[in-house]
Design a protein around this ligand. Structure first.
Ligand code: COA
Length: 197
């Protein structure tokens, strides 16, 4: 069972003031450890409408289209945290729990759950919004891992995350547990590939 979602849409905060006079959102590498970033600093919201070109023959959105929306939203969260482009390394199980139909207003929200060494976990939640009541219904959610790449294309350290609330700390702990499972699965997949499985 996943931890409860953020209770309500949170406005994207103004970018944090960079401590050393650098441009906001930039990380200073090479002068020691990067400054920790808050969870809200990575919060990203993206709104879409399901159009006919997004739909299959029964009028619901293609999973692949929703996946690309998720990847874009989550990539912006990763980029806000890292201060540079990060690439998608993997997407954990993506659960579509309710259909999105043509005409639906879709709201995606993502944020960083945990920063590791050169990678970070981003959670993305997809909801549809009832235009009359504004009520939102969960349609999908996913955990994505991004890797921060340096100019040489090699993984480079990510700024630490500074969870500030109980909810943020719970999410960070859960992300650590998922990472352990992910690394184990990666090891097994590499062994299987080595065996030609
Ligand atoms: C992701 C990528 C940069 C990892 O490169 P690598 O040489 O395997 O790097 P490493 O083994 O040093 O791992 C770097 C980090 O990525 C993490 N990682 C690598 N593959 C991962 C995977 N499949 N799932 C989760 N994390 C992964 C590692 O755990 C490590 O994290 P850490 O430093 O926080 O501990 C490389 O595989 C790549 O470029 N993939 C293509 C990415 C891309 O193009 N994505 C867009 C969609 S096609």
């Amino acid at each position: 069972m996943r931890a409860p979602l953020f209770p309500a849409p949170v406005p994207v905060p103004a970018r944090e003031k960079a401590p050393s006079g650098l441009r906001p959102g930039r990380v200073c590498y090479g002068r020691g450890m990067a400054e920790p970033k808050s969870v809200p600093a990575s919060l990203t919201e993206k709104t879409e409408i399901v159009l006919p070109q997004h739909a299959n023959a029964i009028g619901t959105a293609f999973g692949g289209t929703v996946m690309s929306w998720i990847d874009v939203c989550a990539a912006v969260s990763a980029q806000r945290h890292c201060g540079r482009v990060a690439v998608t390394a993997s997407v954990d199980a993506l659960d579509f729990v309710a259909p999105l139909r043509v005409g639906d207003v879709v709201i995606l929200r993502s944020w960083v759950n945990a920063a590791f060494r050169t990678s970070l976990e981003v959670e993305c939640v997809v909801e549809k919004e009832d235009p009359e009541t504004g009520r939102r219904v969960l349609c999908a959610d996913a955990y994505l891992t991004f890797v921060n790449l340096g100019a040489d294309g090699r993984p480079m350290p990510v700024p630490p995350l500074a969870p500030a609330t109980d909810d943020e700390r719970k999410r960070a702990n859960a992300a650590e547990r998922r990472r352990a499972a992910r690394l184990e699965a990666r090891r097994e997949a590499e062994q299987d590939r080595g065996r030609g499985a």
